[in-house]
Structure formats: structure tokens, C-alpha cells
Write a protein that binds this ligand. Structure first.
Ligand SMILES: [Zn+2]
Length: 507
């Protein structure tokens, strides 16, 4: 074992990125803080400034004039005043990556709250400006319920033995410093976002800045998704609609970050945050809640990754294990590919209450040839409705549907699971003359009936009758053609009006 002691001193520069060392004031009182993400810790302490190694523990000791308090990672183990100099000693005994180590100093008011994830008390410490104490307390009061929700969904708060906390600072946004998020403002979503990072970003840290979406996509999604569980779900549909609208406001851009030297691109709210969040949302739609959440928990609990580092491939492996299928196609389209699909839905009334649905898709960016996705479409007729999920794999793909009513409106993706925009519809038309479809037919043939038949039969071209199984469905019949040899056949329908003969081709 090698022990190294490093002595250094100096006045730090304000730094690159978000300004790794910040100075400001509030109500005329000076404030000091650090914000090292992504590359700034070297501006104020000598550390291992990369994503390959975490310190197994840290001690942070800060001396300041006694009217100030210091907020940092872990637990405050000493707070002493001598000759008007206050010494605060913070001790953190969990693995921590360099960019999550931080201090903030000003004349803080400090108050504690308690959360009970899985019934276990967890300390929540708040370091806030005295002049905004009352408003801030209203917001931080929501922290406990969010921590309890995330603990239910993703496993207990990962630093429960120490604490969680907020320290107000002079930068505009929030920063998820481990066990002590720094907050430029307080509102529900930013509290949920920074707290979510304690699981996604801090417990498991990205192993490359190119995968910044693993931090920001998860934190953004968890904050949005938590609306599903709180406030009677009122904000959830709005959050989804606004996120989709924002992501699709430009035709290109990938979630994967190619150019990590460009800090603005790295932290692009549209791509790294919201498109990353919706990538997870779509995975949840494709996999179902049970498999999706279990995969996330397995990822967080993976001993190779927990309190260490991971890349997209590690998450993908856990998702695939629970899904039981390869997801490379999905990550190709949605992580590395750019843009989004626009669908055209054509709804043709064939006869009675039988319809043909045809889907075509255009892509907003040439990097993706086709977005293969399950697409939910809601059909309404009068006061009735039905939602059918179509597995859309290629253009001009069509399906027969029997909604059991006359369709008067069609809505694509009614629950907003998919990133898409500019979808168009061709409304249901009047019945077409043919009542046998599809033609040519493959493994089944649908016969739409306008009146109750006396007899239905299939014959070959010589008139010889062929026995085929069929099912009564809605206002028509469905023949099973699996055992029928390819060729041209005649369908004969006898009813009160007489005998109707239709030709059809079996392929
Ligand atoms: Zn974040």
C-alpha cells in the first residue's frame, strides 16, 4: 500500500463548464460554492478527475468566519468555533466520484426532516438562505415522499446510513452532489430530479461522458414519472405531452453525445435530458412495467456496478435479460440514431363494422431507416372506444380490425408513450364494394356480411367444394386458410337475395 499526502494552496479560478468555483451573494451576504461537473474538480482540489475510480471515503474540513456554515457530502461530525473561526468537518463513507465532491459556504439556516423509505428513518438536512426560509420549507417538505417512492421503485435510498440534503447556492440549476444536492431554486421537479440522481449518477456513475443520458435521462424521467403517483396523476399527461413536443421541436440530434468537449451539447436539455427520459419511457412501453422496473433494480443492485461505474451496455444487458429479447435495434434507433417518426394512419371501412388500418411512417432524420415500434391507436364511435396496439414493422403494413362499432374518430398513441410528431389521419370512408379480404390472402380470409347468410362455402375453379374452418367474428366470418394450397378459389355466399360468388387468391 502506498500513502500519498498532497499539500497545496491557492486562489482557485472560476473555471470552465458551469464555473467550478462560484462566488456570489444573496441579501448582501457573500456565498461560496463549488460545482465540478464535468471537468472542474482540478480547479480547487487535487483529485483523480476522471470516471474510472471512486474514492472509498472522504473527509472535508472547511474553516470560515463563524457566521457562516459549510454544507458538504456525508455527515457533519464536527462544528466548532474558535476565535471567530468555524471549523466544519464532513465525513462521507461511501464510494464517491470526484465530480460529486462539493462544498458550499454562507450564512445558512439549517433544518432537518425525516423520510421513512421502507419504514427506515433517513435524515434530510437542508441548508438554506435565511431570507427565503419559509418558501423553501414548503418545497423541501415534499422530499420525503419522493424519496419513499423512489425507494419503492428502485430500492432503498442508497446513502440511508448517512443522509440526504439540500444546500442553496447561487447557480441557476441544481447539482446532485452526493448526499447533498446544491439547489439554485426549489420546486417539485428539481427536488425530484436531484434526488433521483442519488440512484442514477451517484450510486452508479457513468463510465464515459458520452453516456451522460444515463445520468440526466434517468433523473429527468424519474422526476416526470413521479407525477404518475402524486397529485392524483394530474401533471403526468402534461409532462409527457410537453416532453414529446420539446424533443420533436427539431428534426435531428441523438441522445448519445459524440462531442463531450462541448459542455453545452453534453448537457443539452432536449437531447441528454428529455430525449434520454423518453427513451426510457418507450422502453417501459415496449417491455411493460414489471420487466422494466425489475431490470432497473437489477442494474442498480449488480455488484459489478453498484457504487461503481456503468455504460449503456451494462443497462442494456439488464434490460434484455428481463425483456427476454435483444434490444440492439432499439438503442440503434433511439440512442445513436437521430430524429423521430411521423405516422400516417389510413382507416378504410370495408363493410359494416369491418375496417382496414394501414400505417406508414416518415422519419424526421435520415440516420434511422424505420422506427419499429408497437403503436397504440384508439378508435372511437359514439360513446364507445377501443384501443388496439399494432406492431409496426414496415411501411404500408395493414391490419383488419372489427371494432364492433362505426368509427368516427381515430387517435394515435392516446397515452403518449412514443416520441412522434406531425401524425396524420385519413378518416374512415364509406363501405367498399368488395366484401372478401385481404385479397390475395395469406393465412386467413375475412368475409364481411351485410345480411345473415344461409350458406357459405369455398370451391376451387372446377366447382369442387373445399371444407374450411371458419369463425364468426363481429359482423362477418374469418376463414382459416393455413391448410389451403396456394391458388385461385371461389367463395360462395347464399342468402335471401341470392348467391354471391367472389374470387380470391391464396398465396
Ligand atoms: Zn441532472
Amino acid at each position: 500500500m502506498l500513502e500519498v499526502e498532497v499539500y497545496y494552496h491557492g486562489i482557485p479560478p472560476s473555471g470552465e463548464g458551469f464555473g467550478s468555483v462560484g462566488r456570489g451573494e444573496h441579501a448582501g451576504i457573500p456565498a461560496f460554492w463549488t460545482l465540478s461537473e464535468p471537468y472542474g474538480c482540478r480547479d480547487w482540489w487535487p483529485g483523480k478527475n476522471d470516471l474510472t475510480d471512486k474514492a472509498d471515503s472522504i473527509d472535508v474540513i472547511v474553516r470560515s468566519p463563524d457566521i457562516y456554515r459549510t454544507a458538504s457530502n456525508g455527515l457533519l461530525v464536527k462544528d466548532e468555533v474558535n476565535n471567530h473561526i468555524r471549523t466544519c468537518h464532513w465525513k462521507h463513507r461511501y464510494p464517491i466520484v470526484s465530480y460529486l465532491i462539493a462544498v458550499a459556504v454562507t450564512n445558512y439556516e439549517v433544518y432537518d426532516e425525516t423520510a421513512y423509505p421502507a419504514g427506515i428513518p433517513v435524515l434530510i438536512q437542508n441548508y438554506v438562505y435565511p431570507e427565503t426560509l419559509a418558501q423553501t420549507m414548503q418545497y423541501t417538505a415534499q422530499t420525503a415522499m419522493i424519496m419513499e417512492l423512489f425507494s419503492d421503485l428502485f430500492g432503498i435510498y442508497p446513502f440511508a446510513v448517512e443522509k440526504y440534503g439540500h444546500a442553496q447556492f447561487g447557480w441557476g440549476g441544481g447539482m446532485e452532489h452526493q448526499t447533498m444536492s446544491f439547489m439554485g431554486r426549489f420546486d417539485y421537479e428539481i427536488i425530484a430530479h436531484e434526488l433521483a440522481h442519488q440512484w442514477f449518477g451517484n450510486t452508479i456513475t457513468l463510465n464515459s461522458w458520452q453516456d451522460i443520458w444515463l445520468n440526466e435521462g434517468f433523473a429527468t424521467y424519474l422526476a416526470g414519472m413521479s407525477y404518475q403517483y402524486f397529485f392524483d396523476g394530474y401533471h403526468w399527461p402534461f409532462w409527457k405531452s410537453q416532453a414529446i413536443e420539446y424533443v420533436t421541436s427539431e428534426p435531428g440530434g441523438s441522445v448519445f453525445c459524440e462531442d463531450t468537449a462541448n459542455v453545452e451539447r453534453l448537457f443539452s436539455p432536449r437531447l441528454s435530458y428529455y430525449k434520454g427520459a423518453l427513451l426510457l419511457h418507450m422502453l417501459r412501453w415496449i417491455m411493460g412495467d414489471e420487466a422494466f422496473f425489475k431490470a432497473c433494480r437489477n442494474y442498480l443492485n449488480d455488484p459489478e456496478l453498484r457504487y461503481g461505474f456503468a455504460g449503456t451496455g451494462d443497462l442494456k444487458a439488464h434490460l434484455e435479460t428481463m425483456h427476454g429479447r435483444d434490444l440492439t435495434w432499439f438503442f440503434d434507433d433511439w440512442l445513436y440514431g437521430e430524429g423521430f417518426p411521423s405516422w400516417h394512419v389510413r382507416c378504410t371501412r370495408l363493410a359494416g363494422e369491418d375496417y382496414e388500418i394501414e400505417l406508414t411512417q416518415q422519419q424526421s432524420h435520415p440516420s434511422v431507416e424505420f422506427f419499429e415500434l408497437p403503436v397504440a391507436i384508439q378508435f372511437r364511435g359514439g360513446d364507445r372506444d377501443t384501443t388496439i396496439v399494432f406492431d409496426h414493422r414496415y411501411n404500408n403494413q395493414s391490419w383488419m380490425i372489427y371494432p364492433g362499432f362505426i368509427i368516427d374518430s381515430v387517435k394515435l398513441d392516446p397515452e403518449r408513450w412514443l416520441v412522434s410528431a406531425g401524425n396524420t389521419f385519413e378518416p374512415a370512408g364509406s363501405p367498399v364494394s368488395t366484401n372478401v379480404y385481404p385479397n390475395p390472402a395469406y393465412d386467413r380470409l375475412r368475409v364481411a356480411l351485410t345480411a345473415e347468410p344461409e350458406a357459405v362455402s369455398v370451391a376451387d375453379l372446377s366447382g369442387r367444394e373445399i371444407k374450411l374452418k371458419y369463425l364468426r367474428e363481429g359482423s362477418g366470418l374469418t376463414f382459416d386458410l393455413k391448410d389451403l394450397a396456394p391458388g385461385l378459389y371461389l367463395l360462395q355466399i347464399k342468402n335471401k337475395e341470392g348467391l354471391t360468388v367472389k374470387k380470391f387468391v391464396k398465396r
